[in-house]
Design a protein around this ligand. Structure first.
Ligand SMILES: [Zn+2]
Length: 123
């Protein structure tokens, strides 16, 4: 059963002039940290978050979560069959030609789809 959880607001960036961080300024007030397993279709993925730091993506992309298939032939999924815990695929075919598998417990910085003002204006 789905359970609604509010995460604290994310500290977005100290480097507004840095191209690796500036895309976040598009909608920083709505950025949230979520478990990869809780990402919903249409959420905008901005960065991977871990205790080691935050890895911002140059190209933010909308999530299209799908079940992880260890037998997938995309060339990425098959290398992750030894990962511990559940896996989830957050996108498939965009922006890469391969899948985008994550551990379900990994943290990801997103702008929730429900709060995006105009999805067509983001790209
Ligand atoms: Zn795959």
């Amino acid at each position: 059963m789905a359970e609604h959880v509010d995460f604290f607001e994310a500290v977005v960036t100290c480097y507004p002039q840095d191209a690796d961080h500036a895309p976040l300024l598009q909608d920083p007030a709505h950025a949230r940290v979520a478990r990869a397993g809780d990402v919903a279709d249409g959420d905008l993925i901005l960065a991977a978050v871990s205790l080691c730091g935050t890895d911002y993506f140059n190209d933010q992309y909308p999530a299209h979560p799908q079940p992880y298939d260890p037998a997938c032939q995309c060339g990425v999924c098959c290398h992750l069959t030894q990962e511990n815990g559940a896996m989830v695929v957050l996108s498939n075919g965009h922006p890469w030609t391969t899948c985008d598998p994550w551990r379900a417990d990994d943290l990801v910085l997103i702008v929730p789809a429900a709060r995006l003002p105009d999805r067509n204006a983001t790209e």
